[in-house]
Ligand binder design. Structure first.
Ligand SMILES: Nc1nc2c(c(=O)[nH]1)N[C@H]1C(S)=C(S)[C@@H](COP(=O)(O)O)O[C@H]1N2
Ligand SMILES: [Mo]
Length: 244
């Protein structure tokens, strides 16, 4: 049962790190001084430390639309200027791309839902990015490539897709969300967005794409019991209506 799997993984979640927590307490004080705008931001920022669920930390407070998850307890931060994305492994031409390089490629827009396996869903998020398939084509997939592994600059999170999944038109390397560069809390400046699958497939703070021969390694939550094929409505024992 999905419930049992979630209950098991809860104990393995990592709370927000002490450093981040203390930083937010400092900002709480600032919120008192600077008024409601800072306070709004703060509620949003503090929300992740208020509770935990199956794939991360979440909140009983209204936190706007998304819950912010980070398995390391940190929110890594990279500017657009310092950001790099490496595409390598079983390819003809490894790539080392800047944020501007990504923006110079043909953009793909997806207006779609974002659904976490723990049950929350955000409707109609406006994503812009580069098709993962376009990046892989640019790098040149060598014969025998079976899948793709993703790495995060949080140093811990990983994900994977089969090659068939990776080449779908609704899988993008996203640099914009709801009209702005993907924010640090949402895994920016660049994250993966796998529209047809649960949120855990959408690796935040993406900095590496590794094409492998044969089967890719299962990702962070997959070694902890979640399905590798994370289709919305058709995995993890859930019966959600899939994203349109
Ligand atoms: N690097 C990293 N990526 C991650 C996660 C994470 O903890 N770390 N959590 C995953 C899960 S379970 C979900 S539901 C989404 C949450 O995205 P959000 O924090 O932007 O709401 O990110 C996914 N990608
Ligand atoms: Mo999730």
């Amino acid at each position: 049962m999905a419930r049992a799997a979630e209950a098991t993984t809860v104990t393995k979640g990592t709370p927000v790190g002490r450093r981040v927590f203390l930083g937010m307490v400092g900002l709480a004080a600032a919120g008192v001084v600077f008024g409601s705008k800072a306070q709004d931001w703060l509620e949003h920022a503090l929300a992740p430390i208020t509770s935990r669920d199956g794939t991360g930390l979440s909140s009983f407070l209204p936190v706007g639309r998304f819950r912010i998850y980070t398995v390391t307890g940190e929110l890594p931060n990279k500017s657009e200027a310092e950001y790099r994305l490496k595409v390598g492994g079983h390819v003809n031409q490894p790539l080392d791309l800047s944020f501007a390089d990504l923006q110079a490629m043909p953009p793909t827009n997806l207006d779609k839902d974002f659904q976490c396996v723990t049950g929350w869903r955000v409707h109609n998020v406006k994503w812009v990015g580069v098709r993962l398939g376009d990046l892989l084509t640019r790098a040149g997939i060598k014969p025998g490539a079976g899948g793709v592994e993703f790495h995060s600059f949080d140093g811990e999170y990983t994900e994977s897709l089969t090659m068939d999944q990776a080449l779908r038109p609704d899988v993008i390397v996203a640099y914009s969300m709801d009209g702005k560069t993907v924010s640090s809390e949402h895994g920016g400046p660049v994250r993966l967005y796998v529209a047809p699958m649960y949120g855990y497939k959408s690796c935040k703070w993406l900095d590496g794409i590794n094409v492998v021969q044969g089967e890719p390694q299962p990702g962070y939550w997959e070694v902890r019991g979640y399905d590798v094929d994370g289709w919305v409505g058709k995995s993890n024992g859930r019966d959600d209506t899939p994203t349109s």
